[in-house]
Design a protein around this ligand. Sequence first.
Ligand SMILES: NC(=O)C1=CN([C@@H]2O[C@H](COP(=O)(O)OP(=O)(O)OC[C@H]3O[C@@H](n4cnc5c(N)ncnc54)[C@H](OP(=O)(O)O)[C@@H]3O)[C@@H](O)[C@H]2O)[C@@H](O)CC1
Ligand SMILES: Nc1ncnc2c1ncn2[C@@H]1O[C@H](COP(=O)(O)OP(=O)(O)O)[C@@H](O)[C@H]1O
Ligand SMILES: [K+]
Length: 504
Amino acid sequence: MRAAYGVETVRTAERELMARLPEGALMQRAAAGLAAVCAGLLGRVYGSRVVLLVGSGDNGGDALYAGARLARRGAGVSAVLLDAGRVHAGGLAALRAAGGRVAGDALGVLARAELVVDGITGIGGRGGLRDAAVPLARAARDSGAVVVAVDLPSGVEADSGEVRGECVRADATVTFGTYKPGLLIDPAREYVGAVRLVELGLDLGTAEADVEALQHADVAALLPVPGAESDKYRRGVVGVVAGSERYPGAAVLAVAGALRGGAGAVRYVGHGADAVIARFPEALVHAGPPSKAGRVQAWVVGPGLGEDADGALEDVLASDVPVLVDADGLRPLAPERVRGRDAPTLLTPHAGEAAALLGVSREEVEAGRLVAVRELAALYGATVLLKGSTTLVAPPGGAGFAVRRPVRVNPTGTPWLATAGSGDVLSGLAGALLAAGLGAMDAGSVAAYLHGLAGRLAAGGQGGDGVLGGAPVGAHDVADAVPGAWRGVVGRWRAAPGTPFGTA
Ligand SMILES: NC(=O)C1=CN([C@@H]2O[C@H](COP(=O)(O)OP(=O)(O)OC[C@H]3O[C@@H](n4cnc5c(N)ncnc54)[C@H](OP(=O)(O)O)[C@@H]3O)[C@@H](O)[C@H]2O)[C@@H](O)CC1
Ligand SMILES: Nc1ncnc2c1ncn2[C@@H]1O[C@H](COP(=O)(O)OP(=O)(O)O)[C@@H](O)[C@H]1O
Ligand SMILES: [K+]
């Protein structure tokens, strides 16, 4: 699990560590790591042209000490001071002693830079860049130089991933001690580039992470695998209430997601039965209300239901098994109806649906995803998976949930997933994992992880996210790629128990 901690937690851990170390030791660790990454990006340090953007806090201090290290290796290092009257004195002295200088003509040196170190603000920055810093951030971006952000791109909100106004766009970010939520969540994530973590030795052992991200090993450990004694009921039967005469395809895609997600059986209820059976003869279809369809271990309700959602939604919410509510099922959803349930409920809105539930604009949700997903989880007392360029899964919150547990951020995915119906596949996939017995947080976050990997596999391409050289995909391609994603996760991390032939 990769964890990200908020600013207050980081500052507390830094204070505790600093008290045990000689003065300045922590900043030297940070600067050494930063300089090493810069040197790697430059390739040849000697004779290179490096510009430091130096704010008035310790973030500027990191940049100055790292600049001093590069200057000692023969780089030409110029510092642009945001406020000459307030600068980290020790860092500036070190830079000067190493042969670096303070630039008079900021825009001139930026235009000739090969590498720009952004040390304007780190975790102390608030509210987008101030006016004096804005032209420097723009010049850095326009220079064509490699831009390396110190701790965070200046201007992004460390705790939330919000971007309020201008901010530096980095090619790489060297962050210290731990990841911060803003590095992992859009819109800030888009400004971060490749992230490198420099360990400082912070002790975060008992602190609660604000945000966490599953990795392959976590997912492999959570995926349900049938044992020798399994039968279809033990693997989990998913009920899918989806599709309508107008949108039969949503039914097919949700059922596809459920089957690929490992359901022992799928019971389909709705107006898309002919389309479902034509594509998946293994599905069990039912024409009456969901409560009369037979035994299920989890319900998925909503994709493509159109205007007909209310009756089926009520019926499913009255059940005592986990329920995933998506798309048209979310429209008529009253918070009390969900709060009153004993079994888990997982809501899976996209930003537009989340906005409607919260009574705010879509833009507001997209600008502040972490806040929005937490608010929804508190309003409904349910697990909420907020879809989009960053998918977040929040645990139930609000009254009765005293402990604030971390929100999960999905690290996989590709913008190629922004295609009609891909959310329906995700619903079915998460429903199958709920039916298999995973809790709502695990079911939602594991489904998003596999769905994102499947999207990348289907799109192909060279980049880690499948975008570079990738190609457009349809939602059914994503469903078809789920088994490959699953194999990729399990094959790398789990040996078959008790045999010498495992492939861990
Ligand atoms: N603590 C440690 O042990 C270690 C800390 N480390 C490093 O220290 C960093 C934190 O340093 P920090 O606390 O000094 O804050 P920092 O990020 O430099 O920003 C504050 C300054 O920026 C200014 N400012 C604020 N908003 C602004 C804006 N929108 N636009 C422009 N300016 C703005 C603000 O001005 P003021 O409000 O005071 O006028 C103040 O002067 C951390 O991210 C890491 O890099 C590492 O060395 C490891 C050890
Ligand atoms: N820009 C993006 N980058 C990565 N994933 C995206 C992006 N936009 C959408 N997605 C993903 O694509 C899926 C779209 O789901 P949804 O909005 O419900 O569409 P639909 O209702 O058409 O199925 C979600 O899993 C979402 O996280
Ligand atoms: K910075």
